[in-house]
Design a binder for this molecule. Structure first.
Ligand code: GCO
Ligand code: MG
Length: 402
């Protein structure tokens, strides 16, 4: 039996922070796991370093399910994004090792390809509608068949989702930036600009939109109804999902498809949403939801209710997490779509390999394991730099969901 002899946490910042777990076995096999939780990176790094890594030494890396349960049930304090991101990092690294030992890409170990490639959507945004349409055209030019559109709302400085420069990076300041939010201004403007994007796009291109938890259930119902004719692929996070039953109200008023789950981290957080068919797409990610082992269970459960996958894939999930997502996406029966923002060029100095993008689809690497390697020498050149996500306030100063 091979054993785990080392577990190290590595932090780097090639334009943004990434936390990576490196697991090494006595046979010299190295597995990589993503432990990046935007704006709370060091908390997960400490969770791993101080409380998880010492427990891994001497264990059999082949026993993925057992180690998963040991870390989930054994901690007593279960669930939550910190715990589930730490467990995910271990899980991803162990799948990477299993693949390298078996000399197979991870998707083969998960049952093999259920499709030729993974459909992805990318982001397009603009401070105003002409700028958004330009960005939509650029995304089409890169071959994307599904596009998420976000425009700045007039009078709402710092609207969510509008990029500055080529990449959208919301964790932009050493202390949280305060942004302004106005629900009525958004509700007046968004259906109209989304209509302009729909008219601009060929009908076969899917159009997505992220509300980013900003509405009440009734406001979300009103929004969903007002865009029904646009046939959105989905409206994302119409309202916070802490209260799962609140989606009943949205559902009973609109046939606009609903996606949610990017801030959630366990099957229990989405159980009612799925079992009552209150959503159409579940957006948990491998990185923030306990890794491939747990997310596969979520997707298998969702399959029973015709809910599809739509994994969160922002640039604040590292290329290791993205690679893990694509392996899982390849194998499940109820795959829907995968988010793919891409990374600035400098990120590839640290992370080598990974899925290949062409014509609106990602294809997993055929290399054994996850097919992605972390360059420790390159990583050491980029020092951790504290960065926070913004906070939103309404005109009267009240804190709003960001
Ligand atoms: C998305 C998300 C992201 C988040 C980010 C926070 O749909 O991709 O909403 O843009 O805001 O992941 O860290
Ligand atoms: Mg989102």
């Amino acid at each position: 039996m091979d054993t785990i002899v080392a577990a190290d946490v590595l932090i780097t910042c090639p334009s943004r922070n990434f936390v990576t777990l490196k697991i090494t076995t006595a046979d010299g096999v190295v597995g990589w796991g993503d432990a990046t939780l935007n704006g709370r990176e060091l908390a997960v790094a400490s969770y791993l370093r101080d409380h998880v890594c010492p427990l891994l030494i001497g264990r059999d890396p082949a026993r993925i399910e057992d180690i998963w349960n040991y870390l989930f049930k054994g901690v007593y304090w279960r669930r939550g994004p910190m715990t589930m991101t730490a467990v995910a990092a271990v899980d991803l690294a162990l799948w990477d090792i299993k693949g390298k030992v078996a000399q197979m890409p991870v998707y083969q170990l998960l049952g093999g390809a259920a499709r030729q490639a993974v459909l992805v959507y990318t982001h397009a945004s603009g401070a105003d509608v002409p700028e958004l349409l330009e960005d939509v055209a650029a995304a089409r030019g890169r071959g994307f068949r599904a596009i998420r559109a976000q425009a700045g709302v007039p009078g709402v400085a710092g609207t969510y989702g509008v990029k500055h420069g080529q990449y959208y990076e919301p964790a932009n300041a050493a202390l949280p930036e305060e942004q302004h939010w106005d629900t009525e201004a958004y509700l007046r403007f968004a259906p109209d600009y989304l209509g302009q994007v729909r008219d601009f796009l060929d009908s076969e291109v899917a159009l997505l939109h992220d509300i980013h938890h900003r509405l009440t259930p009734l406001e979300a119902a009103r929004f969903g109804r007002s865009v029904e004719d646009l046939h959105l692929f989905w409206m994302e996070d119409p309202t916070p999902a802490d209260n799962q039953e609140s989606f009943r109200l949205i559902r009973s008023h609109t046939i606009t498809p609903i996606a949610t789950g990017e801030v959630l981290s366990s099957i229990w957080d989405v159980k009612q949403l799925i079992a009552e068919q209150l959503i159409d797409y579940v957006r948990l990610s491998v990185t923030h939801s306990g890794g491939i082992t747990h997310l596969r269970k979520v997707f298998n459960f969702a399959e029973l209710y015709q809910v599809r996958s739509g994994s969160h894939g922002p640039s604040d999930i590292s290329p290791i997490g993205q690679a893990g997502a694509v392996h899982l996406d390849m194998t499940i029966a109820n795959f829907g779509i995968q988010e793919f923002m891409g990374y600035p060029q400098i990120v590839s100095e640290v992370f080598h390999g990974g899925p290949t993008y062409a014509d609106g689809y990602l294809t997993p690497s055929e290399a054994p394991g996850l097919g992605i390697e972390y360059d420790e020498t390159a990583a050491a050149r980029f020092e951790y730099s504290p960065k926070y996500l913004p906070v939103a306030r309404r005109a009267d100063g009240t804190v709003h969901d960001w």
